[in-house]
Design a binder for this molecule. Structure first.
Ligand SMILES: [Zn+2]
Length: 586
């Protein structure tokens, strides 16, 4: 995200009053601390749109649009972030700044530089341990998966020895503070005042490195039965998994025609070993727009090569839509017998794996297949249901593309091509249809994720108001693996943390101005919360627990559904573990 100098943004925002600007679009009347009017973003008769002049935020209690003045202009005038800033600058007669040079930015950079240095030193430490006699079990573990010393070095793999303070001692001796190590995700705050311990113990380490060859964070895999199988660095001031891809650092300067997107670190490494050197992995999240843009910087086409069972899931399909929407050509590799790329490449070799690319499906063909999931095409009801869904998808396509898929749908449903054509022409676009192309992304994504929930909004409010609550929340979220519901909120929280680390007060309007709409809305809601915050840390704890409960409930439901198809003891024991964890949370 482009950034303007904070002092310049502050001046711009101080001159751009949200109340004055919003008044150009709707009639606002004061009531209490706010101004109220009919929402300019949705049609209504009674006012649910509010502007809070104190915090310079707007929020609609009807459609949940919200944010600061920049978001308002972006949304209202349909402008990009940069153009919205230009629009505001022009409005108040300010010149655009030439150079970004700002004290706070410098300080933040200095903090980040320290964290980069700490992560680099940690990566070297882990790698040396792997290569030393101490790393013998880890070497054997990797050797069993076909990974030799040369590959381990190429990927900078490492080993975190057992024990609570190996890395801590090593890095504090090099002058890093405990606070820095905690901030970088390398150490974890202990219960006791000032106490902390190594984040990764007795695990194989996969450093996550960006395109500038900087180590941002780590994935750590257990070699035994410990759970979780993978521990990953949570969001830190230098690392946000939504903005990064594993092994993208190896793609710089390679000029490949395409990238292969896989799910796991081991998939990337096994493929590399087999001679397929253009694989990257998403870092355990559904694909994001930032990742799509990152890929687009390198290649015009991306092959998706996920495990059979995860490829057809809605979350995956949404991710693929995000790639397509950024203008990438998306193809889906289907691996026979539901094998994952790691197994397949090790068993049959790289050549054989690459031959699957020739049979890869277009995104639309893949979606048409996925729509059959859960339907019985041997019944008339099933066929009819499929025809409707397939036609809803086809109706979003250009006529020339429709032509291509109509025979397939006709064959599957037994309906004539003509009927299907008619159905494609008349089917109204289904709102919130996640399979369809994203014409209406904003509205859809809001429906799918249901937006930020109450706990999340109160938590944000706590984090903004209290640095104790902020530190506590970031810690616990990393520990429980909880994330915010929308992309920019993690960024916002990391930024709060960075500002807090240098002992400053966050400039919320400035921070907010650079965030995507969804995140700005949630923060708008957080700042609009009227409740008196008596004990932010305690409230934060309640919110985190509520979020952890909701997350566990979601996972438990998913696993319960999975158990119906897959009764393996692995799934069952994971299920029991989650149920126990849920019970302990009350
Ligand atoms: Zn509204």
């Amino acid at each position: 995200m482009a950034r303007f100098p904070d002092h310049w943004m502050s001046e711009l925002l101080s001159k751009s009053d949200i109340a004055a600007i919003a008044s150009e679009y709707t009639l606002l009347k004061p009531k209490g601390k706010r101004l109220w009017g009919c929402c300019p973003f949705h049609s209504e008769k009674t006012p649910s749109f509010s502007v809070t002049p104190d915090s310079q935020m707007y929020y609609c209690f009807g459609c949940h649009a919200g944010g600061g003045v920049v978001q308002f202009v972006m949304e209202m005038e349909k402008l990009s972030y940069i153009d919205a800033i230009k629009y505001l600058a022009q409005r108040v007669g300010m010149e655009l700044p030439e150079e970004v040079d700002d004290d706070k930015l410098r300080k933040e950079r200095a903090v980040k530089e320290r964290l980069y240095a700490a992560c680099k030193a940690a990566a070297m430490f882990y790698h040396e341990k792997l290569m030393s006699p101490e790393g013998k079990t880890a070497q054997q573990y990797l050797a069993k998966r076909g990974i030799d010393g040369a590959i381990a070095t190429k990927f900078g793999l490492g080993y975190a020895p057992p024990g609570w303070d190996n890395l801590l001692k090593h890095l504090t001796a090099q002058g890093f503070s405990k606070k820095e190590l905690i901030s970088a995700g390398l150490a974890v705050q202990g219960q006791k005042e000032g106490g902390c311990y190594d984040a990764y113990r007795d695990r194989v380490i996969f450093p996550i490195i960006n395109t500038y060859k900087r180590v941002l964070g780590f994935g750590a895999r257990t070699m035994g039965e410990d759970t979780p199988k993978y521990l990953n660095t949570g969001d830190t001031p230098i690392f946000n998994k939504r903005n990064n891809l594993y092994a993208i650092n190896l793609q710089k300067g390679e000029h490949n025609a395409d990238l292969i997107m896989v799910e796991g670190y081991m998939d990337v490494i096994s493929l590399y070993k087999a001679g397929v050197k253009n694989a990257v992995a998403s870092l355990g999240t559904a694909l994001t727009q930032q990742q799509a843009r990152l890929i687009k910087r390198f290649v015009p086409r991306v092959y998706i090569s996920y495990d059979g069972d995860s490829a057809g899931q809605n979350a995956t399909l949404r991710g693929l839509d995000i790639l397509a929407k950024e203008g990438l050509e998306v193809r889906v590799i289907v691996i026979p017998n539901g094998m994952d790329p790691d197994d397949y490449a090790r068993k049959f070799g790289g050549e054989e794996y690459l031959s699957l690319k020739d049979k890869a499906m277009t995104l639309n063909a893949f979606k048409l297949d996925s729509l059959m999931n859960g339907l019985d095409l041997n019944t008339a009801d099933g066929r009819e249901e499929y025809a409707k869904k397939a036609c809803a998808l086809l109706s979003e396509l250009q006529p020339v593309e429709q032509e291509r898929y109509i025979p397939t749908v006709s064959r599957r449903t037994g309906l004539s091509a003509e009927t299907i054509q008619r159905q494609c022409g008349v089917t109204p676009r289904v709102e919130g249809n996640i399979i369809g192309n994203n014409r209406n992304t904003k509205q859809k994504s809001r429906e799918i994720s249901q937006g930020p929930n109450k706990a999340e909004i109160s938590l944000l409010s706590c984090m903004i108001n209290s640095s104790d609550a902020l530190l506590y929340a970031m810690d616990k979220m990393a520990e429980y693996g909880i994330e915010f519901s929308s992309e920019g909120l993690d960024e916002f929280a990391a930024e709060l943390l960075a500002v807090n680390a240098v002992g400053e007060k966050p400039n919320i309007p400035v921070m907010l101005s650079a965030l995507p709409a969804e995140a700005a809305e949630a923060i708008g809601a957080a700042l609009s919360a009227d409740e008196q915050m008596i004990d932010p840390a305690a409230t934060a704890e309640d919110c985190i627990n509520a979020m952890a409960r909701a997350q566990l409930d979601r996972k438990i439901t998913e696993l319960a559904a999975q158990m119906e198809q897959d009764g393996s003891s692995e799934v069952r024991s994971e299920y029991m573990r989650l149920v126990r964890a849920r019970a302990s949370l009350k």
